[in-house]
Design a protein around this ligand. Structure first.
Ligand code: FES
Ligand code: FES
Length: 162
């Protein structure tokens, strides 16, 4: 299969890769950009571990081809910190509320939480549970994840992401 030059804007930086057009956005980031913060769980759209923001919206990177993201702004967990290097309010809330155990699902949960608030779906615990239901946590940290997202809703800077 011939390769193709593919340019992605990731965390505010342009990156060009010579890749097979069948490469997913998840593999492009992990295998070609060296950004391994985005996790591969099921690789078939069922767990949410690979959640990224593309133009501010939640996307499953394992179900998205890298070429589909050309011309869009991609934000991974590595890009969520502020320009001063400080952690994002959602990351701080996950620490405060002990919202992880092994941490494998955490990058996806955090990006999904940011989007959940931005979408206006963090009004109640039930709403947060419903709109975070695509992100599976095998450690069962759900009560603490909900608490972190709820605590973060309305906190300054929470909705900001590239
Ligand atoms: S790795 Fe993409 S949804 Fe599980
Ligand atoms: S913290 Fe282990 S899978 Fe969620």
């Amino acid at each position: 299969m011939p390769t193709r030059a593919t340019t992605l804007q990731v965390n505010g930086r342009d990156m060009t890769f010579e890749i097979d057009p069948r490469v997913t956005l998840l593999d492009a980031l992990r295998e070609h950009a060296g950004l391994t913060g985005t996790k591969k769980g099921c690789d078939q759209g069922q767990c949410g571990a690979c959640t990224l923001l593309v133009d501010g919206r939640r996307v499953l990177a394992c179900l998205t081809l890298a070429v589909q993201a050309e011309g869009s702004e991609v934000t991974s967990i590595e890009g969520l910190a502020g320009d001063d290097g400080g952690i994002h309010p959602m990351q701080a809330a996950f620490i405060e509320h002990d919202a992880f155990q092994c941490g494998y699902c955490t990058p996806g949960q955090i990006l999904s939480g940011v989007a959940c608030i931005r979408e206006g779906h963090a009004g109640t615990d039930d709403e947060i549970r419903e709109f975070m239901s695509g992100n599976i946590c095998r450690c069962g940290a759900y009560p603490n994840i909900v608490a972190a997202v709820r605590a973060c809703a309305g906190r300054p800077g929470t909705e900001a992401a590239r």
